[in-house]
Ligand binder design. Structure first.
Ligand code: FCB
Length: 477
């Protein structure tokens, strides 16, 4: 590591007996292409919806874009070395679709594929398991111009792209995630419009959600046929949704938001059906006429692993007439058909995103997926927190982020003890990066990035995590 320090937190590990994780537990960290790579116009890459969106005035904080980001495209070997120094067993990255198939159709861009071949080779040379995500939100702009995810053909284009990447990397990558958080792509991208491509139409969001899942299913079928050894999965961002009280209206609000946030994706992917109550809730927005016979069978194609991203909990209440009490805020239009449900602020500690810190919610989420949906091995493919960091004497001490990781790893351990087949955990994120509409103003990294000099400094949390990995566990409290 380039900046050795002995964080006080490591001492915590020396107290008491260990809370040990199962042998072979896959300890990792995650990133995404547009958030770290930069080199937006190099090596044959063409714009994605996030290039267009971030270059449109007013879409991101201070007009930040991913043009340069962490310059990972040029610094990849050093970044992999850093991962090795932290002792990561796995690294979850995403492939930039417009880098490897500019325009989203037709022939591969070999120069783009070569970058990922080099990355994977570098990881393997350092004994780090590559975990590849095919789609972390960077749809090639021409596919958006042709209608984007609300259009059915985009699903077929995605399956072709998946096949193209499998042809290049399938011999050396075992773990494949089709989509990262399709809820965000559909409901933030086409519902509220706070993410690229910035469109706001509830019906489009519902169609986008379906076609994303259809693309997932088609990609799984194509990858399964060409790479039978691959471990295939999808990553969903899931939330426990809790009613603010036992009142019937609050309970119903929780049912509705749970439908949109969680069951919209869990049910088709793992059960092959849409929940009936969800279709009723959405009836003003969509007649589900875009769902064709056979789609749900494709969408529920068998998987090998299930990825879960966990950050926080939603606490919701029924709509009220008149003035809002202060601790409620209205759901924005990313909840089509349920815009008037109120989200409750409980006054518990929050991160720099204002997301409530709720580690028990991770146990609930993992247990629910295992109990109600699947016996598949589960992986936490993202979990982490943004906090304001300061570089002092070349060091970054981040006790709040460290405590967040610690609490959530204890929750992960509790879930395993309760019988959940949790096989791995990926911290979000390896390093500070372009946090979508928030630009560079939110830092989620275990490694600090100075965006002017591109100097990386492992924070205290990174050193602590390295020790957790080395011991395969935490101290019991
Ligand atoms: C998730 C995204 C990831 C990052 C974290 C904070 O929703 O998958 O790219 O932005 O949130």
């Amino acid at each position: 590591m380039s900046n050795p320090a002995s964080p006080p937190a490591v001492a915590v590990l020396d107290q008491g007996p260990e809370l040990t994780f199962p042998p072979g537990f896959l300890w990792g960290a995650a990133t995404a292409a547009y958030q770290i790579e930069g080199a937006a116009a190099e090596g044959g890459r063409t714009p994605s919806i996030w290039d267009t969106f971030s270059h449109n005035e007013g879409r991101t904080v201070a007009g930040h874009t991913g043009d340069v980001a962490c310059d990972h495209y040029h610094r990849m070997p050093d970044d992999v070395r850093l991962m090795a120094e932290l002792g990561l067993k796995s690294y979850r990255f995403s492939v930039s679709w417009p880098r490897v198939q500019p325009g989203g159709t037709g022939a591969a861009n070999q120069e783009g594929l070569d970058f990922y071949r080099r990355l994977v080779d570098e990881l393997l040379a350092h004994d780090i398991e590559p975990w590849l995500t095919l789609y972390h939100w960077d749809l090639p702009q021409p596919l958006e111009d042709a209608g984007g995810w609300p259009v059915r053909d985009t699903a077929a284009r995605f399956a072709d792209y998946a096949q193209l990447v499998a042809g290049a990397l399938g011999d050396r990558v075992t773990y494949w995630t089709t989509l990262n958080e399709p809820w965000c792509s559909a409901f933030l991208g086409y519902g509220s419009g706070v993410h690229a491509p910035g469109r706001s139409d509830g019906g489009d969001a519902v169609r986008a959600g379906h076609h994303l899942m259809l693309g997932h299913g088609l990609a799984v079928q194509a990858l399964r046929a060409s790479r039978p050894q691959a471990q295939l999965g999808i990553t969903l961002n899931l939330y426990p949704v809790t009613p603010a009280s036992d009142a019937a209206g609050d309970v119903d609000a929780a049912r509705r938001i749970d439908g949109l946030a969680n069951r919209f994706f869990l049910d088709p992917v793992l059960r092959g059906s849409y929940p009936a109550d969800l279709r009723t809730d959405l009836r003003e927005v969509s007649d589900f006429g875009h769902v064709r016979d056979g789609d749900l069978a494709i969408i529920s194609s068998p998987l090998d692993v299930m990825g879960i991203n966990y950050y926080s909990r939603h606490v919701v209440a029924a709509p009220v007439e008149g003035a809002e009490p202060e601790r409620y805020w209205r759901a924005p239009s990313c909840w089509p058909g349920s815009e008037d449900v109120r989200f409750v602020t409980r006054g518990v500690p929050v991160t720099d995103m204002d997301w409530e810190i709720d580690a028990p919610g991770l146990v609930e989420t993992l247990e629910r997926v295992h109990r109600d949906y699947t016996d598949l091995p589960l992986y936490v493919t993202e979990n982490g927190s943004a906090f304001v960091d300061a570089v002092v004497d070349g060091q970054v001490d981040d006790p709040d982020r460290l405590a967040y990781f610690d609490a959530h790893l204890r929750a992960a351990h509790a879930a395993i003890s309760a019988g959940v087949p949790l096989k791995g955990y990926f911290a979000w994120s390896l390093m500070d990066n372009f946090e979508w509409a928030w630009g560079y103003t939110k830092r989620f990294g275990m490694v600090h990035v100075d965006y002017d000099s591109q100097v990386r400094i492992p924070k205290s949390s990174a050193r602590w995590y390295a020790e957790v990995i080395r011991r395969n566990g935490l101290a019991a409290q």
